[in-house]
Structure formats: structure tokens, C-alpha cells
Design a protein around this ligand. Sequence first.
Ligand code: CMC
Length: 432
Amino acid sequence: MDKMTDTGSASLTIGDKTLSLPILKGSIGPDVIDVRKLYAETDCFTFDPGFTSTAACESAITYIDGDKGVLLYRGYPIDQLAKQSTFLEVCYLLINGELPNAAQYVEFERSITTHTMLHDQFDRFFQGFRRDAHPMAVMTASVGALSAFYHDSLDVNDPDHRRISMIRMIAKIPTIAARTFKYSIGQPFVSPRNELGYAENFLRMCFAVPAEDYKGNPILARAMDRIFILHADHEQNASTSTVRLAGSTGANPFACIAAGIAALWGPAHGGANEEALNMLREIGKPENVPAYVQGVKDRKYRLMGFGHRVYKNYDPRAKVMQETCHEVLKEVGDANDPLLQVAMELEKIALSDDYFISRKLYPNIDFYSGITLSAMGFPSEMFTVLFALARTVGWISQWQEMIADPQQKIGRPRQLYTGPAYRDFVSVDKRA
Ligand code: CMC
């Protein structure tokens, strides 16, 4: 860490005091003004709700150029990784910084596949939930509960403990996600199979039933793997920042990932793919698209799966997702699926409409992921669970980077206080 370089300074005048603030340069991307000494020297804070202009940390994992529509994991473009790599290779890359050589890959794959089982007692934990609980509620609780089952690896200051916890998280999260799904549909849990690939094993745990032999579909397994790659990391988004903030207190990694899953659940973040599919269903047919778009322009509702805080161009993940969507529908669905027709018409109309053009609103990854996952057999309540499964490696990589960072401090934002300045307590009999 600490690869940033000093490239000059910015001066800030407050009253009669002028302060010189260092400007730091990363390897690519915008420079940052280092305001760490601002409060000590001026008694002022910066004000940036939503962190639209704030770099909260130094990181060497993921880079986004939102204006150009670029996403790099450790320098590699997302489309190259999605088309040429595998999810486990991407996991290795995100955690270690480099792609594995053949021997490193074999060893990493072995360590993941031999940790996929859950403690037997963990299964009883699921029985406590109502069958109609939202799978994300079950995910948040059960991932948090991992710290109650694997407390032999919770010392965040021990690099060995951190490594074991990371492996456990990546290995066990598909088993938990699949059990969450099986529990919600009232089917028996399916144990992991170590000879299968990561995505293949996950699909089997979701869709195999004891009454018949399960036959995997390589096209769907490849699509699942690609969807995991596309969701693996995304810089300092809301859930990742939540993981870092929780981790900055020294909380154990399972608790931190559970916090990340909770943050991901919201419809403005990971919950958007569920909302996007619901929207396409509500529109129903391509003829209804113009009226729906008019409703968006009249600000009655937002176009789900459109727009992004960082991308002011086509989300590079959405391009690969669109291709994957076509492949999956050709294999298991209907290439003329009315929902796909609605999505394509909506995209066409929105991309040529000034409301969307002037606000730089483009499809994001969630626009096509809902249709794809639905065609693969997942109910919409599971979409965010799949996102959480894939993002776990990003969260854990960012958590590890933060713990190892010598500049790391407990995250403690300040505020612009606008409440009462001071008042004396009034006893209840004297209150109006
Ligand atoms: N539909 C219609 N108008 C929109 C949309 C949308 N989806 N997104 C933004 N706008 C408008 C918004 O009304 C505002 O217009 P104006 O300036 O006239 O008031 C302008 O665009 C800027 O919006 P904003 O809310 O300031 O932008 P933001 O950067 O805070 O919001 C966002 C980003 C993702 C929350 C938002 O675009 C949104 O709500 N999109 C729909 C939900 C969605 O698809 N989320 C998934 C994000 S990708 C997955 C992930 O990384 O988690």
C-alpha cells in the first residue's frame, strides 16, 4: 500500500488563514486533495453527504472510470475476465493482486472446494426461520452466525486466521445461499460436491432433488460463473464501504460481511435487479413502453436498472450481462421472451430520449440480470442473494486490504450539527 504520490498542493483560505493541502495522485483516476489535517488546523470539517466527492481510503483492487464506462479488477478489464477467466481465478486475483499460475490455481481451488461444507449444527439454524422469510433476511442472519460456528479463526490481527476466514467465506457462501433457497421452497438441502466447479456445484445445490438424477448444463454453469465474475467487486460502493466501516472497528470478518449483505439488500443497490424484473413484468409488452417512459419523465417512478452513481456511460458489466442473457434464453428459455422484448424496447427508447441522455442515464448491470436469473430458474427474491454470494470475495478482499493498511483508523465521520445548541432539562410537569 501507500503507492500514492504527492503531486503538489491546493490552497484553501478560511477567514484570514490560508492552508496548503497536499494533492495526491493514484496510478490512474482523479487526484485527491488530502484534507486529513484540515480539522486540526482550521477547526472545520468537509461536508459531503453521500460521499460524492470523497475518497474514503486508498485501494489497489478495483478501478472504475464512470465517464468512459471502464471497470478493472487489479488492472484487468471486466469483459476480458468475464469471457476468458473463471470466477475462482478472479477470486484469487482480487485477494492476491495477481492471476494465479497453474500450481497456485490448483491449490487455491482445492482449498475452496474442501471448505464448502457447513457445520452440521448450522443446518438446524435455518429451521428457526419462517419458510416465507425473505432469503436476504436469512442470508444476513446466517452469515453473521458463521462467527458463532468458526470462532477458531476470528483474530483479525493474525494473518493465518484472516486467510482461513477468507477461504471459509468464499467456500461456504454458495452452500448457505443454496440452503436459503431450498429452505424457502421446502426442499431438502443438497450437500456440496467437491469434484464440481464452483458455479456448477452451486447450481446443483440449488436445483438437484432426491427424486431424480441431476444433470448439469454447462452453458448455464458458464453463465452463472460469468454472472459471479461481473458482480465480484465494485470499488467503494455502499455495501463495501459498510464492510470497511464495520471492519475498521476490529469486528470479525463474518460480522463485517453480514453488515455488507444488509447494505446490499436495499433497492438502490443490490435489490435493484429484483425491482428491474418486477418493472419489466409490470410493463408486460413492448407497446406499453412509451407510456411507462412518460411516467418516468413525469417523475412518478424511476426506471429500475438504469442510472448509476459512478457510471455516466454504459455500465461495462451490462454489455456482458446482455450477451449472457441472450445465451441463457437461447438455451433454456425463449429467445422471443416478452420480457426480453420489453427490455430491448425500453433500452432503445430510453437511450434515444433527451431525459435520459441529458442525465447520462444508461442501463446498469441489473437491467438484464433479472431476466437472465429468472430464466435460469431463480425466483426474484433470490437475485440479491446471488449478488451477495458473488460480492463476498470483493468484500473480503477489501476488508483484508483495509486491515493490512498501516494508515487504517476506525471509520468515524463527523457531521454538520443543526439541532438545538444548548438547553436545560425541563421536568415533565413543566412541559407544554
Ligand atoms: N430513472 C429515472 N431518473 C433517474 C434514474 C432512474 N433510474 N436515476 C437517476 N435519475 C435522475 C434523477 O431523478 C435526477 O434527475 P434530476 O437531476 O432532474 O433531479 C438525476 O437523474 C440524478 O439522479 P441522482 O439520484 O442524483 O443520482 P445518484 O447518482 O444519486 O443515483 C442511483 C444513482 C443508482 C441510485 C439511481 O440512478 C437509481 O435510483 N437507479 C435505479 C436503481 C438501480 O438501478 N440501482 C442499481 C445500481 S447498479 C447496481 C449496484 O452497483 O448496486
